[in-house]
Design a protein around this ligand. Structure first.
Ligand SMILES: Nc1nc2c(ncn2[C@@H]2O[C@H](COP(=O)(O)OP(=O)(O)OP(=O)(O)O)[C@@H](O)[C@H]2O)c(=O)[nH]1
Ligand SMILES: [Zn+2]
Length: 346
């Protein structure tokens, strides 16, 4: 197995540095392309394999996109490598739990359209999701062909945060999809999120090719051997990978963590210069936020959306017992304990 063929699957130094000497030969790496309750599928430079889990490992701790080390004699996972990024959602239950949706995603492609779906608050939530999961956000504004002012939408989208790129296109036009190539280099991994009907399937189908030969085929092997195209991790024609699972498509934005601080880094920073450290940015004397709004330096609507996201994040990060306590009226006490948890991993 060559480093080049592993790199085509998304392998990088980030994973190589987690290995002990000799480990890569004894227990070769594989990348998960399908995670089911009873079975895990993985890609290797030699094709796709079905893996079993060791007794002390639960399938819930694995996600599509993860790298694992495999005992080749039994096709059994030995251990999972630390992912570079993780997308997760809050799971229903009595304690605060998370469900893993995808691992090792480089770019979170946020899809919206240049019309009724365009909504700054919704986009900020997705940007927050990208920031809290260590993925790079890219906003795609579809249906640019249906409006005269597509560039206005691009400007509005890029104004949402100091750290975002946006492009507009007609998702049905294959030539337009070529503009995504900087984010879809060989070995790179992307995932698409967005409301129903904005064009996610159109983009996915435009970038992938069901009949293309997959990794198992080598040059010179003309036997026509085709490995099954992975369903959840799909290869693009440019050699990148797209994660497409039902969980990914319906990924909400309830778990924001420190992502909000990163998307609104300019406001977070400005707030540290308010006179009072617990300033609510309403009518306190010496409030830097209100002063900046008055001076026209920041947009009042954006400030309101920031406040709303922070309040929602506090609410969503409550465990059921904290929620009961809040409802009983111990608001202050709960708030303090919930705030202490912000930004904690998993
Ligand atoms: N004019 C135009 N139509 C588009 C564009 N992108 C998507 N469409 C159309 O919009 C409709 C919905 O697109 P889909 O790709 O199915 O949307 P989706 O986001 O996958 O929707 P769900 O599967 O419900 O999540 C289809 O009829 C597409 O042809 C675009 O850029 N321009
Ligand atoms: Zn203030």
């Amino acid at each position: 197995m060559s480093d080049a063929s592993l790199a085509a699957l998304g392998w990088s130094d980030y994973f190589a540095t987690q290995l002990e000497p000799g480990e890569i030969e004894a227990t070769p790496p594989a990348r998960l392309c399908d995670v089911h309750r009873d079975r895990v599928q993985a890609m290797t430079p030699d094709g796709e394999i079905t893996l079993t889990l060791p007794g002390d490992m639960q399938v819930g701790n694995l996600a599509v996109g993860d790298w694992v080390l495999v005992d080749p004699s039994e096709n059994r996972i030995v251990r999972a490598l630390e992912p570079r990024s993780v997308l997760r959602r809050r799971a229903a239950g009595t304690v605060l739990m998370h469900q893993l949706i995808a691992a090792n995603v480089d770019t979170l492609i946020i899809v919206t359209s240049c019309n009724a779906d365009f909504n700054p608050a919704r986009l900020e939530r997705y940007l927050t999701l990208a920031a809290s999961s260590d993925t790079e956000p890219l906003i795609i504004l579809t249906k640019g062909d249906l409006v005269d002012n597509a560039d206005d939408y691009v400007r509005q989208a890029e104004a949402l945060s100091p750290h975002v790129s946006a492009i507009t296109l007609d998702a049905r036009d294959p030539a337009a999809l070529d503009r995504l190539s900087p984010w879809l280099k060989p070995g790179a991994t992307a995932a698409l999120v967005g409301s129903s009907g904005v064009g996610k399937s159109t983009i996915l189908n435009g970038l992938t090719d069901e009949t293309s030969e997959t990794q198992g085929n080598r040059k010179g092997d003309n036997k026509g051997r085709h490995t099954t195209t992975a369903r959840s991790l799909r290869p693009t024609r440019s050699g990148a990978w797209l994660i497409d699972t039902p969980g990914m498509r319906s990924l909400g934005m309830s778990e924001s963590g420190d992502g909000i601080d990163r998307v609104f880094s300019d406001l977070t920073e400005l707030a540290t210069t308010c006179k009072f450290s617990d300033c609510a940015h309403q009518s306190e004397p010496g409030c830097a936020i209100q002063a900046a709004i008055k001076a026209g330096e920041i947009d009042a609507d954006r400030f309101q959306r920031w406040e709303k996201l922070l309040a929602e994040d506090r609410y969503n990060s409550e465990t059921p017992s904290e929620a009961r306590a809040r409802k009983r009226g111990f608001t202050k006490k709960v708030k303090a304990s919930v705030q202490g948890k912000r930004g904690r991993p998993g």
